[in-house]
Design a protein around this ligand. Structure first.
Ligand code: ZN
Length: 158
């Protein structure tokens, strides 16, 4: 007769930070890469990267093709972030330039321009982007907002 252990053996999972080969066996060493308004999606992270993120290092999550034992979400931080020169947008730095968005927006007849102002990673340069929301993007946004609406209503009914 065999006895089952109280807890399953810790599985070593590859750190989700792009380029990092370290592994994490601590199930608590995760970071939630989902936006605040949606359900959490946690990916494993190694001890070193966990400390750097805890200390306030900037990062963002990027969808990747994924590999065996590695989630389809990569964390971009550190030198990788600086190399990409991506824009950080604060909450008051995003606004509608033209058009608008509601879940009822007709994707065949409407588009919008989302204006983003931010700072370039790794320096203090300012950057402005106008993101044109094409009908395809509006269609995607519409389904995302519907999902968010449904989650919100479920939460209110509980
Ligand atoms: Zn790592």
């Amino acid at each position: 007769m065999t006895t089952m252990p109280d807890r399953p053996a810790a599985v070593a999972r590859t750190c989700a930070v792009l380029g990092c080969k370290a592994t994490s066996t601590d199930p608590a060493h995760v970071v939630n890469v989902a936006p605040a308004a949606t359900l959490p999606y946690r990916v494993p992270i190694c001890t070193a990267h966990r400390s750097s993120l805890d200390e306030g290092a900037e990062w963002f999550a990027e969808e990747t093709s994924g590999e065996r034992g590695r989630p389809g979400v990569g964390i971009v931080t550190g030198d990788e972030l600086v190399a990409r020169r991506l824009v950080v947008a604060g909450e008051d730095e995003v606004g509608w330039q033209r058009g608008g968005f509601t879940p009822r927006l007709d994707p065949d007849r409407n588009f919008g321009v989302l204006h983003v102002e931010g700072r370039v990673y790794g320096c203090d340069d300012r950057a402005c982007l106008d993101l044109v929301l094409t009908p395809d993007v509006v269609r995607t946004l519409r389904s995302v907002v519907r999902l968010y609406d449904a989650q919100l209503q479920d939460a209110q009914q509980q």
